[in-house]
Design a protein around this ligand. Structure first.
Ligand SMILES: Nc1ncnc2c1ncn2[C@@H]1O[C@H](COP(=O)(O)OP(=O)(O)OP(=O)(O)O)[C@@H](O)[C@H]1O
Ligand SMILES: Nc1nc2c(ncn2[C@@H]2O[C@H](COP(=O)(O)O)[C@@H](O)[C@H]2O)c(=O)[nH]1
Length: 220
């Protein structure tokens, strides 16, 4: 049997965005459960924790002064105001994960996706998740039972604006059926990992293959 070949590759910065409630957190959690080669970028936020959210696992919950200091010290890869709170991606964890050979998953809004793309260019893969209808979006926000009527109304009010940025993404999916949408996200990640430009080890591998052919130079 031929020896298996492990090729080094550049890590994928995999962004999921959507209007609030479309299901990106649900899909992110499924990905993290299913694939040990991708890890979550844990954002810092000034929003208060929801029931069940754990500091350092789902978010780093910080006060506004701490957030401002982190931003002033250049600790964020990107940050934005969303729904009246500040949210940002700490740079250190992303660097650590990439150094450890992991891909990184980002659950961030369109402003963050744009800033990340400006920083990291084609290493970033941007996926936008749409709800099947606006009625279903509201139903999902309500069914989550984590937000007040006021917060839900604010998120619905902002949803059209968030969706209007759909064309700034590489892939756009409709989360009608969660398993189907998860399969599509996994297919995108698999294909992106295989892209030639990420397969750093391929350069030497292809060169060695050519060199292993006697008198290969004559036929090039
Ligand atoms: N395909 C689906 N069909 C029905 N319900 C779904 C589907 N996908 C997700 N949900 C449910 O919708 C609710 C909102 O999902 P989720 O919290 O993942 O959204 P989100 O996009 O991450 O929102 P936010 O931006 O506010 O964090 C959850 O209760 C989740 O279980
Ligand atoms: N630009 C960024 N957006 C972020 C970040 N972390 C989360 N988010 C987005 O905020 C909204 C609201 O999130 P919620 O947890 O309060 O429902 C959602 O669109 C997230 O994707 C971040 O670091 N930067």
């Amino acid at each position: 049997m031929a020896e298996s070949v492990h090729l080094n590759r550049r890590g994928v910065l995999f962004v999921l965005s959507s209007p609030s409630g479309a299901g990106k957190t649900t899909i992110s959690r499924m990905m993290l459960e299913a694939d040990k080669d991708i890890a979550l970028s844990i954002s810092a936020t000034t929003r208060p924790p929801r029931p069940g959210e754990i500091d350092g696992v789902h978010y780093h919950f910080v006060d506004t002064d701490t957030f401002k200091k982190m931003a002033a010290d250049g600790e964020f890869l990107e940050w934005a105001h969303v729904f009246g709170h500040r949210y940002g991606t700490p740079r250190a964890r992303v660097d650590e994960l990439l150094d450890a050979g992991k891909d990184v998953l980002f659950d961030i809004d369109w402003q963050g996706a744009q800033q990340l793309y400006q920083e990291a260019g084609p290493d970033v893969v941007r996926v936008f998740v749409l709800p099947p209808t606006m009625e279903e979006l509201e139903r999902r926000l309500r069914s989550r039972k984590t937000d007040s009527d006021e917060v839900i109304a604010a998120r619905m009010e902002r949803a059209a604006n968030e969706i209007s940025h759909w064309d700034g993404y590489d892939y756009v999916l409709i989360n009608d059926n969660v398993e189907g949408c998860f399969d599509e996200v996994c297919a995108i990640l698999r294909a992106e990992r295989l892209k030639r430009r990420r397969q750093i080890g391929l350069i030497g591998f292809a060169r060695d293959l050519i060199r292993s052919v006697p008198d290969a130079d004559k036929n090039l």
